[in-house]
Unconditional design. Structure first.
Length: 206
């Protein structure tokens, strides 16, 4: 792809590094921004810089947050002893959209995947286990995607906490095996949260 402007080329190259954005799509987006009022492009650039420089991870659940505690953990009306274990913020957003869950979350930051070089120490599993050891959790809901990596991660965490007094459940399999949680429709996901089952039962079914 030949460019008449180095500035244009640099912008397209940067844009094309985003997931699912090829060079042609990146070019179309950059040309679109050039047609917009300068303040609109400046607003986009400033919001991205602020996001990168000021975003925090919640000190309790590891969700993305503007403050030391995210809005969910800081909400006194949420059930602190009920914790839903998810992979990332997209799963939190998906479950919140169902309006069927009023507990807290624990964001792992990924799933155990040896093929991708991701092990337990690369995730926030240790802090979750520590919460269980400290008696802060009555029920732990495993809500990872029903993939091999998700099931492996669930089982690893279960083995780390099985000697402690904590109820472990998993979302009902209204979510098809192999599906990513974030792509489930709100009704199906909401029912899966409500009709969760003991984690030990899910092991027997595998």
């Amino acid at each position: 792809m030949d460019f008449s402007s180095k500035l244009l080329e640099n912008a397209v190259n940067e844009m094309s590094q985003l997931p699912g954005i090829g060079k042609r799509t990146a070019l179309r987006l950059v040309l679109h921004m050039l047609k917009q009022p300068p303040q609109q492009t400046q607003g986009l650039a400033q919001s991205l810089i602020a996001l990168r420089e000021q975003i925090n991870f919640c000190g309790s659940c590891h969700n993305l947050s503007d403050a030391k505690l995210c809005e969910i953990c800081a909400n006194p009306n949420r059930t602190q002893t009920l914790v839903c274990v998810v992979e990332d913020i997209r799963d939190v957003m998906a479950i919140e959209a169902t309006s069927q869950y009023r507990g807290h979350y624990h964001v792992l930051g990924g799933k155990i995947s040896p093929m991708d070089g991701i092990g337990p120490l690369d995730l926030t599993i240790d802090s979750l286990v520590q919460k269980v050891k400290n008696g802060q959790i009555d029920e732990l809901i495993f809500a990872l995607s029903s993939t091999m990596e998700g099931d492996t991660t669930n089982f690893y965490i279960f083995k780390q906490i099985e000697d402690f007094t904590v109820k472990t459940t998993t979302i009902a399999r209204g979510i098809s095996v192999g599906d990513e949680l974030q792509y489930a429709d709100e009704v199906t996901l909401g029912r899966s949260i409500i009709n969760r089952i003991p984690f030990e039962n899910s092991l027997k079914n595998n």
